[in-house]
Design a protein around this ligand. Sequence first.
Ligand code: ATR
Length: 272
Amino acid sequence: MDRYCVFGNPIAHSKSPDIHAAFAAQTGQQLTYDKRLAPLDGFAAAVHAFIAEGGKGANVTVPFKLDAHKLANALTIRAQAAGAVNTLLFDAHGITGDNTDGAGLVADITGNAGVAIAGRRLLLLGAGGAARGAVLPILEQRPAALVIANRTVATATALVEQFAALGGEGVLSAGGFGDITGSFDIVVNATSASLQADLPPIPASVFHPGTLALDMMYGKEPTVFLRFAAQHGAVPRDGLGMLVEQAAEAFALWRGVRPDTAAVLASIRQTL
Ligand code: ATR
């Protein structure tokens, strides 16, 4: 039976094994998928050990996405653009690194939430790894504007420069949280502020009635960002749909079959 796993540290609470088991059952694919705790300084060794055991592919989560990017000997265009890898494929070519996080975000917004990105105004909060992975897949949808706002303005400006030639020209702009003007159709929180129950200091005027406010984080309770957004007329959405969609994208890469995510998202939500 083909073997897959997710590497992380910590990894105990990962929902990926449940998601992939559900995909496998639904599509009739014969595979196993488990979680592996890799030592902080032992990611490459853990991957090589898994390959030696017959592993066919793996997901990679915190804090190893940069290590996975270094380890891969081939990278997809979106993994190159993201500068980080969340999906590995092991075959005769060696180790291929992909990044399905941004595609998962876009699939959740356009598919599950039913909100088009094309021609709309988007605000992306944050300029770290999670934000960087989202930029190219969002630009591919041809938004009217994509504003990247970050606490450290220079990091946001660097992203605009990186993506200028990749569809960002005339669409992308950067600034600090206090520089944001106008309202947006979609606001995505890609900062890690929610982990500390912190709210990026954005003006409430970024929301208009019906703005989709998506936080990449998820949990039993809405994040402080989602509460703030809902108070100002936005439609809140957490990161669980993105999690399931990035998994579906990885599953499709490995197995050549695209699972149906709706039922899986509903059942994973019950486990929060
Ligand atoms: P990730 O992989 O989750 O993106 P990261 O690369 O460390 O993690 O990036 C974290 C992002 O969250 C950054 O944009 C960071 O802002 P800085 O670039 O200024 O550090 C942002 N961030 C973290 N804590 C924050 C907070 N309390 N308020 C606002 N932004 C925060």
